[in-house]
Ligand binder design. Structure first.
Ligand SMILES: *[C@@H]1O[C@H](CO)[C@@H](O)[C@H](O)[C@H]1NC(C)=O
Ligand SMILES: *[C@@H]1O[C@H](CO)[C@@H](O)[C@H](O)[C@H]1NC(C)=O
Ligand SMILES: *[C@@H]1O[C@H](CO)[C@@H](O)[C@H](O)[C@H]1NC(C)=O
Ligand SMILES: *[C@@H]1O[C@H](CO)[C@@H](O)[C@H](O)[C@H]1NC(C)=O
Ligand SMILES: *[C@@H]1O[C@H](CO)[C@@H](O)[C@H](O)[C@H]1NC(C)=O
Ligand SMILES: *[C@@H]1O[C@H](CO)[C@@H](O)[C@H](O)[C@H]1NC(C)=O
Ligand SMILES: *[C@@H]1O[C@H](CO)[C@@H](O)[C@H](O)[C@H]1NC(C)=O
Ligand SMILES: *[C@@H]1O[C@H](CO)[C@@H](O)[C@H](O)[C@H]1NC(C)=O
Ligand SMILES: *[C@@H]1O[C@H](CO)[C@@H](O)[C@H](O)[C@H]1NC(C)=O
Length: 549
């Protein structure tokens, strides 16, 4: 136990001895580095702690390279300082440094043990090293004022009266004209290397000291101010009473201490989601900015909520608070009245159109046919628009000769239909049924006309062609008379009774139907296909062909 303590004390004593040898100046303290350009003045100032200059005790400067000592008293004239090295006050002045001056210097009080060390390095004027090692960096921001200071290292102390400060002058590297060291609003183009030349007057001679300053001009960073991005002030939110409404307040923040929250009528909104009305929030931190959303939640919008104002407040440590105040308004109900009126009007218009069409469909169709002109092509290749098939009406209800002629001429001459007539167009010589079927084949419709004094094929023929009509699905139009209507279908030959169900029916009303503009003719034209206009033209070559063959 005792042995351990003794060993520790011994160790401490050894350490203390080591420290004392270091401090005793056996090895000099780290020298102060002084850099100077060849040909320029340099001033080494002995620090105060080395001792005060009390008359009898004098500062002694020693140059170790040149093995020379300098003292204040030594110098009284320039002749005595051939190397231009002398002591002024506490300073060692080298008027024009050269490589010969390079080396270690020390200052001490007499030949006392306390010394201060300098190491002087002299660079030639061409050496880039000097600029590199002594460049003073200055940073300024565009659009701001900027002042460069001329460095004041190793310059003569102000109290050395023998050396007169002659001021300094600035130059920009690469420019000959002197520059100002002050910019009221610095620009990017102002960046570069500047030289500041201090000049001193000693015994009528000018001695210079130059310093380089590198000015770096930076773009001023845009102001980053926290801001509420939505909603906007005085926004009005349309809400439905009783519904759930969430109003998001979004902000961009630049500090962790900045935040947004909701106020209602100037007091804090609760952040507890068990309330009917509260707010919650999210923060999303990106590299520089933080996006924060504070959501004002109305679980159920009450009528009283509409009367209040709601403020989203942004609190920031770097700027004043900002506010956005919004209000709620009841959403306007859609007008059911106008909706109903709209629907009713549409229905009415549709009904009227429908009724109009149904009532005037014949007129409309005929009008359209008229305006569009006769139909162009007849792709079916048929020769006639209609075949007039007369049959003997059982009763005395059919059309008489005169009416029939009238019907044919109105259809052919007035309306331009091409008709196939039994007694005109059915070629004699063939078997009657075959000839009639030929004619039907060539016609688009068959107009079935009852005739009173029988003129046309008899009922035997009807029976014969009945099957053919059914098979070919020939379009049939039946003309009836008023008297026939009374006796219903009984008046139709048996062969036609079944067919009459498939065809259209037009009623002949005697005298009133003879007018070409009568409803009888309108209806008939409506049921008949539109007359073909090219038919007759095409007939011509056919006829020639017939003749030649
Ligand atoms: C400094 O000036 C004083 C008085 O003007 C003069 O006596 C002294 O010799 C000068 N010292 C040097 C080093 O020139
Ligand atoms: C200056 O002093 C240092 C030690 O502090 C020494 O290493 C160096 O060689 C000396 N230089 C000259 C030129 O005497
Ligand atoms: C101090 O310097 C004086 C002369 O200036 C000399 O006589 C003396 O011996 C020196 N003392 C020491 C310790 O070097
Ligand atoms: C500098 O200031 C001028 C006017 O004062 C302005 O037009 C320009 O935008 C500013 N430039 C920058 C980068 O701030
Ligand atoms: C000192 O600088 C001035 C102005 O820059 C110049 O005219 C003068 O020649 C320089 N003197 C020396 C010794 O370099
Ligand atoms: C919001 O309401 C409070 C309290 O009624 C009122 O003092 C304040 O002026 C209102 N703010 C706005 C912007 O209407
Ligand atoms: C919620 O509000 C209470 C006070 O009402 C407060 O102490 C708490 O920090 C709030 N919570 C958050 C996440 O802001
Ligand atoms: C929220 O409010 C409910 C009811 O007032 C209460 O029980 C609960 O502790 C509250 N929660 C917080 C986090 O304050
Ligand atoms: C806030 O509360 C509402 C309603 O409870 C919910 O829909 C929403 O997701 C919440 N938002 C956050 C960020 O918690």
């Amino acid at each position: 136990m005792w042995g351990v303590v003794v060993r520790m004390v011994k160790m401490l004593l050894v350490l203390l001895l080591l420290l004392l040898t270091l401090l005793s100046g056996a090895s000099p303290q780290k020298p102060r580095q002084i850099i100077v350009k060849a040909g320029e003045m340099v001033v080494l100032e002995c620090p105060r702690h080395i001792g005060y200059n009390h008359g009898e005790t004098k500062l002694v400067w020693t140059s170790y390279t040149r093995q020379e000592m300098y003292m204040t008293t030594d110098v009284s004239s320039v002749e005595q300082v051939p190397m231009g090295v002398f002591v002024l006050g506490r300073s060692l002045v080298i008027l024009s440094a050269s490589v010969n001056h390079q080396g270690n210097y020390s200052c001490s009080l007499g030949n006392a043990s306390s010394q201060f060390w300098f190491r002087l390095t002299v660079y030639t004027a061409q050496s880039r090293e000097y600029d590199k090692r002594t460049k003073h960096p200055v940073t300024c921001y565009t659009n701001e004022s900027c002042k460069m200071h001329c460095p004041d290292v190793n310059i003569p102390a102000a109290n050395i009266l023998n050396i007169t400060n002659n001021g300094f002058i600035w130059h920009k590297e690469g420019e000959s004209l002197p520059k100002s060291s002050y910019f009221s609003s610095v620009e990017m183009t102002d960046h570069g290397v500047y030289t500041c030349t201090r000049s001193y007057l000693y015994r009528g001679q000018m001695y210079n000291m130059t310093f380089t300053v590198e000015l770096d001009v930076k773009q001023k960073e845009p102001e980053r101010t926290a801001v509420i991005t939505s909603p906007h002030d005085s926004d009005v939110f349309d809400v439905d009473l009783g519904s759930t409404v969430v109003i998001d307040c979004k902000a961009v923040l630049y500090s962790d201490f900045d935040e947004i929250f909701w106020l209602s009528e100037g007091s804090f909104v609760e952040n507890n989601s068990s309330f009917l009305f509260f707010y919650n929030f999210t923060r999303n931190k990106h590299t520089e900015e933080t996006k924060m959303t504070a959501s004002l939640v109305f679980k159920i919008v009450l009528e009283e909520d509409l009367l209040k104002n709601y403020t989203c407040k942004l609190e920031s440590i770097s700027q004043g608070p900002s506010f956005v105040t919004i209000t709620l308004a009841q959403r306007a109900r859609p007008s059911y009245m106008s909706l109903a009126v709209g629907i009713i009007s549409i229905v009415v218009v549709m009904t009227v159109t429908l009724v109009f069409y149904v009532k005037f469909k014949i007129e409309i169709t005929l009008f359209l046919r008229d305006t569009l002109g006769c139909q162009r092509s007849s792709a079916d290749g048929k020769r006639y628009d209609a075949f007039l098939l007369y049959y003997k009406s059982d009763t005395d209800a059919g059309l008489n000769d005169c009416d029939r002629k009238h019907l044919e001429s109105v259809l052919e001459e007035l309306y331009g239909y091409s008709l196939c007539l039994y007694d005109r167009d059915v070629l004699p010589g063939k078997a009657e049924a075959e000839a009639v079927l030929d004619c039907i084949e060539q016609s688009r419709t068959v107009l079935v006309v009852p005739s009173s004094p029988d003129s046309g094929p008899g009922s035997g023929l009807l029976t014969a062609i009945h099957a053919a009509l059914v098979e070919r699905q020939t379009r049939l139009i039946f003309i009836r008379t008023e008297r026939m209507k009374v006796s219903t279908s009984g008046s139709l030959p048996e062969a036609l009774q079944l067919l009459s169900k498939a065809g259209d029916c037009v009623t002949w009303k005697g005298l009133s139907s003879t007018q070409p503009s009568s409803s009888f003719f309108k209806k008939l034209c409506y049921y008949l296909p539109a007359p073909q206009c090219e038919e007759k033209l095409r007939l011509l070559p056919q006829k020639i062909q017939d003749v030649t063959s």
